[in-house]
Design a protein around this ligand. Structure first.
Ligand SMILES: C[S@@+](CC[C@H](N)C(=O)[O-])C[C@H]1O[C@@H](n2cnc3c(N)ncnc32)[C@H](O)[C@@H]1O
Length: 308
């Protein structure tokens, strides 16, 4: 099975690993993953580009080709230019510049490609962990991030929104519903991945903002001015719910936050994938079996992402 590697950015390590695993599973249910320090290795028929284009907390990725020991046998793709990039994920101090220079010289001789440090068509990664010294490679990866035309104080950090969409294991052509869509952060991230979306918000002003934010990107997600109870009417059209419930302080809320979360969770069909973020301390029975990740913001705000 082909293997790909993902070097994590360092933010929210557990979330980051599970996000990559979830994306790969959305394309290939048999995908396997192992983590080695800040590196995640995926064995799957899903290409690394498909996963990397969506992953939030990844700083580099590519095909995993072998280790330093078998570098002479590795077959790299044809390219005009290349550069070596050494990454130290081990607990030891290592001179990555020296590795790049030495391995770069060996590879230049083997491949005959021109070195371009600024704009290589092919990047060869030399990744050192405490357990192994991996070699991987990647060509240029293009990805267009959605723009947010109108912002709002209660909006969700786009990175958390993107990661939550990925944890839902949806893929292109599936339909996501965000029943507390606000400015549309989750809708924007999901539609940028080819996922169809339906946003709901009980505040018509927030619906207008979400619509404008979607239109600014040429996106087509629908936004409905209603309460989360509207889910019952459209549940047959939805594959997963990904949402950011009101915390009760800044965002407008139609009832006390904990009561609302309990009621909202009870409206979501039991078998439907649900990913939601809420303020720590607002756990409800319906989320008892969910996998949870804590995100510390500041001393009075820790968020919980729950995946059910
Ligand atoms: C935390 S904000 C969502 C922020 C959004 N994720 C964003 O990035 O802009 C919660 C949203 O829930 C909406 N809301 C509150 N009560 C609601 C209800 N009963 N049904 C639907 N939406 C509701 C609020 O108008 C607000 O926009």
């Amino acid at each position: 099975m082909p293997q790909s590697f993902f070097i994590l950015s360092g933010e929210h390590q557990d979330l980051a690993k599970d996000e990559i695993a979830a994306i790969s599973k959305s394309y290939d249910i048999k995908a396997q993953h192992v983590a080695d320090s800040g590196l995640v290795i995926i064995s799957s028929h899903a290409s690394w580009q498909k996963i990397a284009r969506r992953a939030t907390f990844v700083r580099a990725a590519g095909n995993l080709a072998g280790t330093f020991n078998d570098i002479s046998e590795i077959e790299f793709p044809e390219s005009d230019t290349f550069a070596c990039r050494a990454v130290n994920l081990s607990s030891k101090k290592i001179n990555t510049r020296t590795i790049e220079k030495e391995m770069g010289a060996v590879l230049k001789k083997k491949l005959g490609y021109r070195v371009s440090l600024l704009d290589p068509a092919l990047t060869i990664y030399l990744v050192v962990t405490d357990n192994n010294r991996y070699v991987g490679y990647a060509d240029v990866l293009e990805y267009k991030k959605p723009t947010k035309k109108i912002k709002y104080p209660t909006e969700l950090d786009w990175k958390l929104g993107r990661c939550m969409v990925n944890l839902s294991r949806l893929k292109e052509g599936n339909t996501l519903c965000d029943p507390f869509c606000g400015t549309g952060t989750i809708l924007l991230e999901a539609e940028s991945m080819g996922i169809r979306c339906i946003g709901i918000d009980f505040d018509s002003k927030m619906c207008d903002i979400a619509k404008k934010n979607l239109a600014a990107n040429g996106y087509k997600s629908g936004v409905i001015n209603s309460t989360y109870n509207h889910i019952s009417k459209i549940k047959g059209e939805i594959d997963a719910i990904v949402t950011d419930v009101p915390y009760g302080t800044a965002s407008r809320s139609s009832m006390p936050p904990k009561k609302m979360i309990r009621d909202f969770v009870s409206v979501v069909p039991k078998k439907m994938k649900l990913v939601l973020v809420y303020k720590k301390g607002m756990d409800v029975d319906g989320l008892a079996k969910a996998k949870k990740y804590e995100i510390y913001r500041h001393k009075s705000l820790t968020r919980v992402i729950a995946v059910r």
